[in-house]
Design a protein around this ligand. Structure first.
Ligand code: PAF
Length: 254
């Protein structure tokens, strides 16, 4: 696996599958690498903690970083090229052009500017890497909706593949932020997937999830339309860590 830090060095041949990441890789990312491996000639993973998408500076400062470990995981999962640019390479002096998606749901409302950062960095990565397919996790459901919509609205030539959320054996959705949970917080965090799973079949899933979240303080609980399917999505804060998760309520996710 090659680790590449500059846009100029990135020379790729064949059908490229891109997995955009911010590092702190886990089995959820590995499932995206493996899908990209089977569907493309070349697999590129980006490793870039994108400052533009952090609405809280403290969250950016605390974001887990371990490049050595990420390199090992990506290499082992069959990634051909790890594109790990410094901030200056992506946002040089004078950078002044942004992709600003309209708000879609509660996640955009709760995190002003977040999807502007996500959309901008993804358009940049698509233009730099020129993938045939790009891979995202369904855990970040609103992110998937934003990316699919920007691909459609800006006529970008890339297929967006969204893959199922990978969970620990006890049901907690894998997230780079989970490493920040203390053992006691991690136990409390299990209340989120349990509440969503229980509420999904109810006649009022939002009210049922709120009731089931007893003790956890939700930023929001909402029903979100994802390309004709309905998901029940929520964000909770556990100590200083914010976790999101969702479950399918109706239809099938594309
Ligand atoms: O989901 C993420 O890790 C990030 O939002 C992404 C898509 C890599 C953009 O920085």
């Amino acid at each position: 696996m090659k680790v590449i830090r500059s846009i100029e060095e990135l020379q790729l041949d064949g059908a490229v599958g891109l997995v955009p990441t911010m590092g702190a890789l886990h089995a959820g990312h590995v499932s995206l690498f493996e899908a990209a491996r089977t569907e493309n000639d070349v697999v590129v993973a980006s490793l870039f903690v994108n400052p533009a998408q952090f609405d809280e500076q403290a969250d950016l400062a605390r974001y887990p970083r371990d490049e050595g470990r990420d390199i090992e995981i990506a290499e082992h999962a069959g990634v051909d090229v790890l594109f790990a640019p410094p901030v200056r390479e992506m946002y040089p002096d004078g950078f002044a052009t942004w992709v600003v998606p309209d708000d879609i749901g509660a996640e955009s409302a709760a995190r002003p500017g977040h999807f502007r950062g996500v959309a901008t960095v993804c358009v940049k990565l698509f233009n730099i890497v020129r993938p045939v397919r790009a891979y995202f996790g369904q855990k970040d459901a609103e992110q998937v909706v934003v990316i699919r919509r920007l691909v459609r609205d800006l006529n970008l030539d890339v297929e967006i593949r969204a893959l199922p959320t990978v969970r620990d054996a006890d049901g907690l959705a894998l997230s780079s932020r989970n490493v920040r949970l203390s053992p006691e917080e991690r136990t409390r965090a299990l209340g989120l997937p349990r509440a969503l799973a229980k509420a999904a079949a109810s006649s009022d899933p939002v009210a049922a999830a709120r009731a089931e979240l007893n003790g956890l303080d939700p930023d929001y609980v909402e029903l979100l339309d994802v390309d004709g399917a309905t998901i029940l999505a929520a964000a909770v804060r556990i100590g200083s860590t914010r976790l999101i998760d969702n479950v399918l309520v109706k239809g099938a996710l594309p």
